[in-house]
Design a protein around this ligand. Structure first.
Ligand code: PBG
Length: 326
């Protein structure tokens, strides 16, 4: 008998009925850049359509996201001054801490506030930890990361997300949070984070490119698969509540494998370069923006992610409202 898979493709309602992958706005997290100053909303040149907001302007954006059905935000901070210890990362009046307090004051429990925990936006040398000579000192950095995560929790973060790739950071952060009474604050670990050219536009946005060398002594070699699985398992053991794979687009095999391996939710982060690539291609008229966004998003979920971080969160919400994806 001839097999006729086309039978299930002949009608739009039927196609939706038998879709294997469903996307839900509740699983989206929008990354947001906050900076010092006031009255500022400046477009990021490498990420057209994305902005850096001063804390007083940020609430308008948060309101807009909330209206679109996006309830979770990931904060990235751009400080006034940087120093060799990245002290702006854990300062009580640091930029992320101020943004958290303001978001909490205005939105109460109405938004879920996640913070990126790292040093690179705050260090004068742009590395993700403190230096010992020209090397990033893993164990010294752990103390500062734990301090940063704690200061975020104190300022109102609902969840912390370490992105530095130091060994042992999940355990160090978990212990610190627990010791100070924040046992309820989950950790989403950027566990499987590759050293990637796809972060280029972000480093422009945050002014966080390393002043010398690269991040290859802490972020992973993109040729490696088993190493990614080990990172994921290690972080689950250390107490990570959600495991992230990053970037998303060129790493869907890794998302799939990690999702099959760990028994915690898996998040995928569609990073700045993925965003910029679609924007640039669309501007040149080479690709159709909405369709690229839809396929990249659904691809991440189909691969096994159940949480998706993306600068396209609002566009995805709109595509869901229009019934293009969902
Ligand atoms: C901080 C951090 C980076 C990103 C998320 N957290 C930059 C990096 O590792 O260089 C990248 C996000 C993006 O490209 O959208 N370490």
């Amino acid at each position: 008998m001839i097999q006729r898979p086309r039978r299930l493709r002949g009608n739009g309602i039927l196609r939706k009925m038998v879709r294997e992958t469903r996307v839900d706005k509740a699983s989206l997290i929008y990354p947001l850049f906050v900076r010092e100053g006031s009255g500022i909303q400046e477009e990021i040149p490498t990420m057209p359509g994305q902005y850096r907001y001063s804390v007083d302007q940020m609430p308008y954006k948060l309101e807009q996201l909330k209206k679109a059905g996006i309830g979770s935000i990931m904060f990235f901070g751009i400080p006034h001054e940087k120093d060799q210890w990245g002290s702006g990362a854990y300062a009580e009046d640091g930029i992320v801490q101020k943004a958290l307090r303001e978001a909490r004051r205005q939105f109460g429990e109405g938004l879920y506030l996640v913070t990126d925990v790292c040093m690179c936006e705050y260090t004068s040398h742009g590395h993700c930890g403190v230096l010992h000579g020209r090397e990033v000192d893993n164990d010294q950095t752990l103390k500062l990361l734990a301090k940063t995560a704690l200061s975020h929790a104190v300022a109102g973060a609902d969840m912390v997300a370490p992105s530095d790739m130091m060994d042992g950071r999940v355990l160090a952060i978990r212990n610190q949070l627990d010791d100070e009474g924040f046992t309820h604050v989950p950790i989403m670990s950027y566990a499987v984070k590759y050293a990637s050219g796809f972060y280029g536009p972000f480093r422009e946005a945050a002014g966080s490119a390393p002043a010398f060398g690269d991040r290859k002594s802490y972020q992973m070699d993109f040729h490696n698969r088993k190493e990614g699985l080990k990172e994921a398992l290690t972080d689950v053991e250390e107490g990570a509540d959600i495991i992230m794979v990053k970037p998303a687009l060129a790493y869907q095999d890794i998302i799939r494998e990690v999702a099959g391996l760990v028994h915690v939710p898996v998040a995928a982060y569609s990073v700045s370069g993925e965003y910029a690539m679609v924007k640039a291609g669309a501007k040149l008229g080479y690709v159709e923006e909405s369709r690229m966004i839809a396929e990249m998003a659904v691809g991440a979920y189909r691969a096994g992610a159940s949480v998706y971080l993306t600068y396209f969160a609002e566009e995805i919400a709109r595509l869901m409202d229009e019934g293009v994806i969902g």
